[in-house]
Design a protein around this ligand. Structure first.
Ligand code: ZN
Length: 285
């Protein structure tokens, strides 16, 4: 399968609302994204605080935007069983919200080590249990769960799930019969360095588990572990190479721009950021 052209095809592209820094109310954000010609949006739970989700869902559909993903889980790893139960409840609510918005999937960032813990194997066991319980709820709402492995620099505080291989092992362990409700989100920022990346993308594709492709770029030097992601084309990631593998593996969903950039892109006007995203998607992705 050849690479889809993105030239004049922004309907194949999505904007993750974090890219705009959550500075405007979601109603305004979605208007700007739709007006800029994008076909989809990936909103965050924080965008929906105090909102009537049915109303926002309607506005999204009226504006022609698909909700390709809803961001994201609260961490599953917890110090004790009360904390674990609380996280399951909260994530259960988020899954209902995702269903209300008619999102294609709910993104899972699983959590790192609980405070004071050095037991990463224990944290991973909690993650496995949590995902398998939440999968049942997601299934009953017709929502898929997209496990998003995060770069290993976040293993302690955000995600003890660090590679695509690990995420796929988990999917297969919980869904041994093949894809049902559990898949993966491939975020180039987290995965680009992985020597096994292309093989694991192929593996994910064979099981039809690729639920998202997130793009941004890795800046050299990177000045902040969390909030210094680059605009596509400004860093060292082989964006076309990765998209090529993902599409060769059968992925046909949107290319989602997800940039956390406190000192650069979050200081610029939303329209300008969207225009730059549109250009770079067509030129370098
Ligand atoms: Zn991502």
């Amino acid at each position: 399968m050849s690479l889809r052209s993105l030239v004049n095809q922004l309907d194949l592209c999505s904007i993750n609302t974090a890219t705009l820094g959550h500075r405007l109310p979601v109603e305004q954000t979605l208007e700007l994204i739709a007006r800029a010609g994008f076909g989809a949006i990936a909103p965050w739970r924080r965008d929906m605080e105090g909102r009537d989700l049915r109303k926002v869902g309607r506005q999204l559909r009226d504006s022609g935007l698909k909700v390709n993903a809803y961001c994201r889980s609260t961490y599953l790893t917890a110090q004790d069983s009360d904390g674990f139960k609380k996280s399951l409840l909260d994530n259960g609510n988020a899954i209902k919200e995702a269903a209300e918005l008619q999102a294609d999937c709910f993104v899972m960032v699983v959590g790192g080590l609980p405070e004071g813990s050095k037991d990463i194997a224990g944290a991973r066991a909690q993650v496995t249990e949590g995902i398998s319980l939440l999968r049942e709820q997601a299934r009953s709402h017709g929502i898929a769960l997209a496990l998003e492995p995060l770069h290993p620099m976040y293993a302690a505080d955000r995600s003890c799930l660090s590679t695509l291989e690990q995420a796929l092992d988990l999917c297969e362990q919980i869904e041994p019969q093949g894809f049902d409700s559990l898949g993966v989100a491939v975020d180039v920022y987290h995965c680009w360095w992985d020597p096994k990346l292309h093989g694991q993308i192929e593996r994910a594709g064979m099981q039809q588990r690729i639920l998202g492709l997130h793009v941004s770029d890795w800046l050299v030097p990177t000045r902040d572990m969390l909030l210094d992601r680059g605009m596509m084309g400004d860093g060292v990631i082989d964006l076309q190479g990765i998209r090529h593998s993902v599409e060769a593996a059968g992925y046909r969903g949107p290319i989602e721009v997800e940039i956390f950039s406190r000192d650069r892109w979050w200081t610029l006007e939303e329209e300008h950021v969207l225009k730059t995203c549109a250009q770079r998607l067509q030129e370098v992705c």
